[in-house]
Write a protein that binds this ligand. Structure first.
Ligand code: SAM
Length: 231
């Protein structure tokens, strides 16, 4: 008989894959190209550690650079304790998401450049999945400060991004980005550098780790907490 631990691991796997399938299939009718792109997106992500982190969030979640909102719908499928306000600068992606948003009413997307974010203590958590390396490095600090301002004291930011090393993985990701988004340059940082930048904006690092070492992408995850105001 399988041990209780093995049964739990299996259950978690089925839950995260089923949630991912439900999120992906909510785009039915979006056209083959978009659906293939979104399936590829899921295949490239480190789903297991991300699902674990997303499962710990609660309340109102802000997502920046949410693209079509696939991860946000996955988050809502995984975690009944959240509603998600997504945002992206790409009008086509936001419009595409709007066509099927009734299939996941706990997720809404709006058109917004993350550098214009100006919310005050409205959110319990924020996520930034593979967006910061698409924004020039000189704007990272401004974004970290805007996220700190958008969160309630004690709120959590989850960053999933791409490290600068190992070099071959970074080169693979740069090629991927060049082919898919025609961007000549990306702006990745090492996980510890990104954590230090958020600490300078008023966060405390709770977790900072690389994931999926066998993937061709240098994925890392940061979990940061907005420090309460000093007394
Ligand atoms: C690699 S995609 C990731 C999308 C989504 N988070 C995901 O993981 O599937 C990067 C996204 O960041 C968005 N983006 C880039 N610069 C941005 C900015 N300044 N403000 C908001 N979104 C931005 C792009 O439009 C794109 O949808």
């Amino acid at each position: 008989m399988p041990s209780p631990e093995r049964t739990c691991v299996r259950f978690a796997r089925v839950h995260r894959l089923h949630a991912a399938y439900r999120a992906w299939s909510s785009y039915r009718g979006a056209g083959l190209r978009t659906r293939a792109f979104l399936a590829g997106r899921l295949a490239a992500l480190p789903l297991r550690p991300l699902a674990r982190e997303l499962g710990e969030l609660h309340g109102r979640v802000l997502s920046v650079g949410s693209g079509h909102g696939l991860n946000e719908r996955w988050l809502a499928e995984l975690n009944p304790a959240v509603t998600v306000d997504g945002s992206d600068v790409n009008a086509e992606r936001v419009a595409m998401a709007a066509l099927s948003e009734d299939r996941q009413p706990r997720v809404r997307l709006r058109l917004l450049d993350v550098r214009d974010l100006d919310e005050r203590e409205a959110f319990d958590a924020a996520v930034a999945i593979d967006v910061l390396h698409h924004v020039p490095s000189g704007d990272h600090e401004l974004i970290a400060r805007a996220l700190a301002q958008a969160l309630n004291p004690g709120g959590i930011v989850l960053v999933k991004d791409i490290a600068h090393t190992p070099r071959w993985q970074h080169a693979f990701n740069s090629l991927h980005d060049r082919l898919l988004s025609a961007e000549p340059e990306t702006f990745s940082r090492e996980p510890e550098q990104m954590a230090a930048l958020f600490e300078g904006a008023g966060f405390r690092t709770e977790r900072c780790y690389r994931v999926a070492p066998l993937s061709p992408y240098p994925h890392f995850i940061l979990r940061l907490r907005r420090a309460p105001p000093s007394a």
